[in-house]
Write a protein that binds this ligand. Structure first.
Ligand code: SAH
Length: 213
């Protein structure tokens, strides 16, 4: 009980100090970050520090991203309640939970079976929207459920994401950290079948790796 209160306070501080006092103004995003318990997606020893302004290791050389950068990427995507979203790189599953509160359905792919399983276990402990997880190489997206209104990639892509852009719906948006045009966040949009690219801020993510396991 006491602990639950500590976590709620930590969550409120995270939202106020790291998100709304910076440039995260989307009310639905702020509400989702207030609701989802981040501490259950990290090592229990991390405790309330899970709400700190940084990334944390989640095992197998991977990290849960800093809350601000996750919120920023989601804000650029302008996710609507009717959207179907593809997430590449489930990782801890924390961002998957947030996305599920913003969108109609979230499809999340991860190349490491151990992480996908752990994320699924954590997600089953809390209230979320509709989520489907799959272990696969995210470079290939998830063709069966395509097209997606929004695609969010949580690891740096070394080349233009052709397959993912094919799976993007008309008027859709894809955001990804890229390394082929300097290290930066890139927003791709599709209009009349034509892809536009917009360079956003600089960033540092773990790389997207080929293959499963
Ligand atoms: N959004 C996650 C971030 C995890 S880090 C979180 O908040 O926890 C990036 C994740 O992408 C890692 O789990 C890594 O294993 C995964 N990844 C890397 N290459 C991938 C690929 N080709 N396909 C799917 N997932 C991949």
């Amino acid at each position: 009980m006491e602990k639950g209160l500590d976590y709620r306070i930590a969550r409120r501080r995270m939202v106020e100090e790291q998100l709304s006092s910076r440039d995260i103004q989307d009310k639905r995003i702020l509400k989702a970050f207030l609701e989802v318990p981040r501490h259950i997606f990290v090592d229990p020893a991390i405790g309330a520090r899970a709400y700190d302004d940084c990334s944390f290791p989640i095992g197998l050389s991977q990290t849960i991203s800093q809350p601000y950068i996750q919120a920023l990427m989601m804000q650029y995507l302008m996710i609507r309640p009717e959207d179907r979203v593809l997430e590449v790189g489930t990782g801890s599953g924390y961002q998957t939970a947030i996305l599920s509160l913003l969108a109609r359905e979230v499809y999340s792919v991860e190349r490491l079976p151990q992480l996908s399983k752990k994320a699924g276990d954590a997600l089953s402990k809390i209230k979320t929207g509709r989520i489907r997880l799959k272990v696969t190489d995210g470079f290939n997206g998830w063709g069966f459920y395509a097209p997606f209104d929004k695609i969010i990639v949580s690891a740096t892509i070394p080349e233009n994401p052709e397959v993912l852009l094919d799976q993007l719906a008309e008027k859709g948006l894809l955001i990804a950290p890229v390394s082929f045009d300097g290290e930066c966040l890139m927003l791709f949009s599709k209009n009349d079948g034509v892809i536009n690219r917009q360079r956003l801020s600089e960033c540092a993510f773990v790389p997207l790796l080929k293959g499963v396991g």
